[in-house]
Design a protein. Structure first.
Length: 293
């Protein structure tokens, strides 16, 4: 089942597991994300209260020590002590710590499980060095080549008033606005339609390699431009220009899990019956992540 013609094929990379065996992570390198699987019936010592787990919360802690909820797991539902999640927002090229805690039917919480992984950043010298990720439609996310990265501009927020009898003005001030930057990227012809849809996909996340010293930024594209870099209709690429004006990270509370190229709509379109679905996947976890677990 293919959602986007240019979507990378599903591969099953190395699996990292927490010491207790309950939390597992697989780095989904083609999409620069992390598949997270929770199974409280697994491991050498399954959780004795696994049957009473109804929800779970997964958090990510980066090198800065800030702990944030993984979108889609604030909270996520658990079926018989098993649940899955997908983190499409993890920082690139640095180790991160994931921790999960179960919530029981009576509202109490269980033990915390943790593990660490690293999502690879575009390698030094790689042509495509910028990820543009969609929060609502991860399958639209693209990795493109930066051709121009303008100066970071941060606007002052000040109120200035003249003081009678004094050569000095009064200044009321607040913190500067988040730095905005004008960007131009090169988009291959086979990704142009996807890029056009991405520009209308709402909140995006821009990520580069750590060496660029450009922090991850959530933003909503405003005006944008598209110019053919070669003769129109040739095999040349397209130059797409837009402004990254950072906004706060959208609240992850109560958001559903979103996985690149996979949803209940695609399941319904690809199978004639639930029996066909059940016979194609070995477990609920495998179905929910299209075999990525």
């Amino acid at each position: 089942m293919i959602v986007l013609p240019g979507a990378p094929p599903v591969t099953v990379p190395d699996r990292v597991t927490s010491p207790d065996g309950w939390l597992a992570a697989i780095v989904d390198e083609p999409w620069a994300g992390v598949v997270l699987s929770v199974d409280y019936t697994a491991g050498s010592s399954p959780l004795s209260t696994a049957a009473n787990v109804r929800r779970m919360r997964i958090y990510r802690t980066g090198p800065d020590g800030v702990k944030v909820a993984v979108r889609g797991t604030a909270p996520a539902w658990s079926v018989e002590g098993i649940g899955t999640a997908y983190d499409h927002e993890a920082p690139l090229g640095v180790p991160v710590l994931y921790s999960v805690q179960p919530e029981y039917t009576d509202g109490t919480s269980g033990p915390v499980s943790s593990l660490a992984v690293e999502v690879p950043a575009p390698a030094v010298g790689a042509i495509r060095d910028l990820w543009l990720k969609s929060l609502d439609e991860p399958g639209l996310s693209v990795r493109v080549h930066i051709t121009s990265w303008g100066a970071r501009e941060s606007t002052a927020r000040q109120d200035i008033a003249q003081r009678a009898g004094s050569p000095f003005a009064m200044v009321g001030y607040d913190v500067h606005t988040a730095p905005a930057v004008q960007v131009v990227v090169d988009v291959p012809p086979d990704q142009v339609e996807q890029m056009r849809r991405l520009m209308d996909a709402g909140v995006l996340l821009a990520q580069t390699r750590p060496g660029y010293q450009q922090p991850d930024a959530f933003f909503v594209p405003g005006d944008w431009t598209e110019d053919a870099t070669g003769k129109l209709g040739s095999t040349g690429g397209y130059a797409v220009g837009f402004t990254i004006a950072p906004i706060e990270r959208p609240d992850p509370e109560g958001q559903p899990m979103r996985l690149p190229g996979w949803s209940w709509d695609t399941v319904a379109a690809g199978f004639e019956s639930w029996l066909a679905v059940a016979s194609s996947y070995s477990s609920w976890a495998a179905l929910s992540t299209n075999g990525r677990t």
